[in-house]
Design a protein around this ligand. Structure first.
Ligand code: NBG
Length: 833
């Protein structure tokens, strides 16, 4: 068994392969599992539950990561190494077990060991509850980047929050989304190591006062109203078949004992318990995004909490290195994943100036040389701003610091652009146009050396729209890093059939060097046998997804039909309802000509709506309502099916991307910053139907226009149409098929005659249609007709599918991370030993 992978690390000293902690033979692993079942779960095999077995296996795998984990952590304190600190309020890591087995190269041995113990590895993989510590693309990007940082041997720490409850679980009841609390820690988390001794205190509220230090200088101290403690929980993130095991450090909030409330409330035991609860609330729950208007104080507390712990931790590492804070920026490159951690700019200033008594100018230089900011959205309403009164109540000292940063910054603005008060007011970190707000993107941009968007089009639009004034002020800071996804999880792990075909064809280097290797499958597009095998694998994946959908929804789907898939957060700009208009159009066409020869399709949707986003929830209801009518109409049987796959998450994604024929990337041009699902689909051989938006533009460039189904207005045309005055009703009136579809939704055709149900949606489309569904409708329908025609020629489709995968090299997150290292962080991979 596994001769080549008997050892995890060639450099592990004197590893005995039979050692139950590190050995990788089937026997050693079997013994390890039994030992862990006994010593950690406290169970005998006869009484062990599936979770007991899962835990025992997980601990056995974790044991095999620890040598390299400890060694990698130790290296972090070496003085000359620059650490990439990725600050993110979200890390959507997905299930760990399968990925760690893949990285360690011990899947086969563990499968065999588990089998000899009477268990099935796939059942145990299914048992793992994924940590859903993110909303969608942004959190998953952070996870892909952690994967690539490790595989590229870049010393890195991911810093975030250990939410007790992650993103809610979605259930569909009567076609509506309902939310259930995500109790992911309920059965234990074998991957994390709690480090109670790595803890920092974080202040909230209260007031500030000035004092003279012993050198007679004026200083400020912050007298907080509340103090909480952040405790580190560390999760190892392994390189693929390599020694680096990086650190994901998530903070949990706890009450501190030393803050003596008893002194104030003598004998008031219950009150002190209340305080404990309030402190623990900080890391309790992940906020779903896309909520209309948030100004939640707890959210700001979360952001400040994890940022403060993380920066204090970096300062502590710097101290352990025996280095001065003057060179902090040479030791750490801090990346702000969106504005959520942007309070880091003010917090690093506070730590340097107030706590370490550094002078302002020096501290500012260090801060600016440390921070870099990634923007992830073009939606103006999604740019974070905090009401000033709320902000200053929680963070009085930071308010003062931000005012001072702003004062100096606006002086610079006035110098660069004299007599331009409009510009000064637009650029100010404090929005004073009405009620006062702190503009977090401005704080991040002012305090950073680089600002990047996440796809070429997005980075370009940033400088022309939402961040235009900042661009005019700091043109040299702006750059682009197009997103990427990890081919380890998203192909090697989730699509083993395809991975094995690729490896048999071009060897296995593609898994580690995707960008350089994957194009080598291109010549095989001419090989008939290869194409047939390719299609067979897709067909197998579709069968498995069909079985899963049947199990989860009761809906039966045909693996021979075209799988047309849209999985992503539900949002009006992503236009799931445009997809629905296409379904209704096809339905009507068949109803009118029942014998018409159409390409059978299965429409698969998945995605969560923010609990407070009414329109998104109504779109889910619409999908399910249309599904009910279509799926039960004998006239379209065998030709159209619609399924909403509930609770789309990383784990479900493993099954969905590999089974798709068509990937729906149909956002209004200029709205989707990048998209990353688009990359996952393409890497798994789905063809894309999409607009020129986000990374679609670059995907199309790579795969060639002839292998991409393009439709719709461009970002420029969208802007143009809006400036000229867009009248959606005109499109409705002049297009019979569109009108019929909209009238049916309105009249209650899909809602048992209830004409009120979808009225808000229809009214919005007819009177406002901010995302231009009606303007793009005909172009979309025509394009979908081209898709159907192409799918009829299965051999041609297979060629296009192969070319899509062959051209995906650019979209490996390894390429993205290499760009961050070279252009922004100036960090280098550790030299191989
Ligand atoms: C999202 C964008 C996506 C993008 C991901 C990752 C936020 C705020 N933004 O288009 O909508 O792919 O970030 O960059 O979640």
């Amino acid at each position: 068994m596994g001769k080549k992978t008997d050892k995890i690390s060639s450099s592990t000293p004197s590893v005995n392969n039979e050692n139950t902690r590190t050995g990788t033979t089937v026997d050693a692993i079997k013994q390890a599992i039994l030992d862990n079942l006994h010593c950690i779960q406290g169970r005998v095999p006869e009484l062990a539950s599936r979770n007991d077995w899962y835990m025992a296996v997980a601990f056995s795998v974790r044991d095999r990561m620890l040598d390299n984990f400890i060694r990698s952590i130790k290296r972090l304190s070496e003085p000359r190494i620059k650490i990439a600190s990725y600050l993110s309020a979200e890390f959507l890591m997905g299930p760990h077990l399968g990925n760690n087995l893949l990285c360690l190269g011990i899947t086969d041995q563990v499968r065999e060991a588990v089998k000899e113990l009477g268990q099935d590895l796939d059942d145990l993989l299914e048992q793992e509850e994924e940590p859903g510590l993110g909303n969608g693309g942004l959190g998953r990007l952070a996870a892909c980047y952690m994967d690539s940082l490790a595989s590229l041997n870049v010393p890195a720490i991911g810093y975030g929050i250990r939410y007790e409850f992650g993103i809610f679980d979605q259930e569909i009841r009567d076609g509506w989304q309902t939310e259930k609390t995500d109790k992911w820690l309920r059965l234990g988390n074998p991957w994390e190591i709690c480090r109670p001794e790595i803890a920092y205190t974080v202040n909230f509220g209260g007031l500030t006062e000035q004092y003279q230090d012993d050198k007679g200088r004026l200083q400020v101290r912050w007298i907080p109203y509340r103090v909480v403690k952040g405790i580190a929980y560390d999760t190892p993130v392994s390189a693929y078949r390599d020694d680096t095991v990086n650190l994901l450090r998530l903070w949990k909030s706890e009450a501190i004992e030393s803050f003596d409330f008893q002194a104030f409330n003598v004998g008031d035991y219950y009150k002190s318990v209340d305080q404990k609860i309030i402190s623990e609330t900080v890391s309790k729950v992940l906020y779903p995004n896309d909520e209309p208007e948030i100004g939640k104080i707890l959210r700001l507390s979360q952001q400040y909490f994890f940022v403060s712990c993380s920066l204090q931790d970096m300062i502590n590492i710097q101290r352990l290195r025996g280095k001065s804070l003057d060179t902090f920026h040479e030791s750490f490159a801090v990346q702000l994943n969106d504005t959520h951690p942007s309070i880091a700019v003010a917090e690093l200033m506070r730590l340097l100036v107030d706590e370490h008594l550094m002078d302002w100018d020096k501290a500012w230089t260090i801060t600016q040389r440390t921070m870099a900011y990634t923007n992830h959205t073009l939606l103006p309403e999604a740019l974070e701003k905090w009401p000033l009164p709320l902000f200053s109540r929680s963070l009085p000292r930071h308010t003062e610091i931000i005012f001072e940063i702003n004062r100096r910054f606006l002086d610079e603005v006035r110098e660069r652009f004299p007599n331009d008060d409009g510009r000064v007011s637009r650029l100010s970190i404090i929005d004073e146009t009405g009620e006062k707000y702190v503009r977090m993107a401005h704080l991040a941009a002012v305090g950073s050396h680089h600002i990047n968007g996440v796809a070429a089009l997005h980075s370009d639009l940033l400088t022309k729209t939402v961040l235009k004034d900042l661009y005019d002020m700091f043109p040299g800071r702006f750059t682009n890093v197009t997103n990427g996804v990890t081919p380890r999880r998203w192909v090697a792990l989730s699509n083993p059939g395809l991975a094995s075909l690729i490896t048999r064809t071009i060897g296995d280097k593609w898994i580690k060097h995707f960008e350089d290797e994957i194009h080598k499958i291109e010549p095989f597009v001419k090989d008939r046998g290869f194409r047939q095998e390719w299609s067979k694998i897709k067909r197998g994946n579709k069968e498995r997804l069909a079985a899963l959908i049947k199990e989860r929804t009761g809906i039966e789907i045909d693996p021979d039909s075209l799988f047309d898939v849209q999985v992503k957060r539900i949002h009006e700009y992503k236009r799931q309802h445009l997809n629905v208009l296409h379904i209704i159009t096809l339905y009507n066409r068949i109803k009118k000509a029942p014998r018409k020869d159409i390409v059978p399709r299965t429409f698969i949707f998945g995605g969560k709506a923010a609990p407070g986003y009414f329109m998104a929830k109504l779109i889910i209801k619409l999908i399910n309502s249309v599904a009910e009518v279509v799926n039960n109409d004998p006239d379209v049987a065998g030709r159209l099916k619609v399924a909403f796959f509930p609770d789309f998450n990383v784990k479900n994604g493993h099954h969905v991307y590999p089974a798709a024929d068509l990937s729906e990337q149909i956002s209004t041009a200029g709205k989707e910053a990048s998209g990353t699902g688009n990359m996952k689909f393409s890497m798994n051989g789905a063809l894309t139907i999409g607009t020129l938006d986000g990374a679609n533009v670059e995907i199309r460039e790579e795969v060639g226009a002839e292998n991409f189904f393009l439709f719709g207005l461009t970002a420029e045309e969208v802007l143009d149409l809006k400036t000229k005055g867009y009248a959606p009703r005109k499109f409705y009136e002049s297009n019979a098929e569109l009108r019929e579809a909209i009238d049916q939704i309105r009249s209650g055709h899909f809602s048992k005659g209830n004409s009120d149900l979808f009225a808000p949606l229809v009214d919005n489309l007819l009177n406002h249609d901010p995302f231009l569904l009606l303007a793009d409708y005909q172009s979309y329908i025509d394009c979908q007709d081209r898709v159907s025609t192409a799918y009829r020629d299965q051999d041609r489709w297979a060629r296009m599918s192969i070319l899509n995968v062959a051209c995906m090299g650019k979209f490996s997150s390894d390429r993205s991370i290499q760009e961050y290292c070279d252009n922004i962080w100036k960090t280098k991979p550790l030299k191989k030993r």
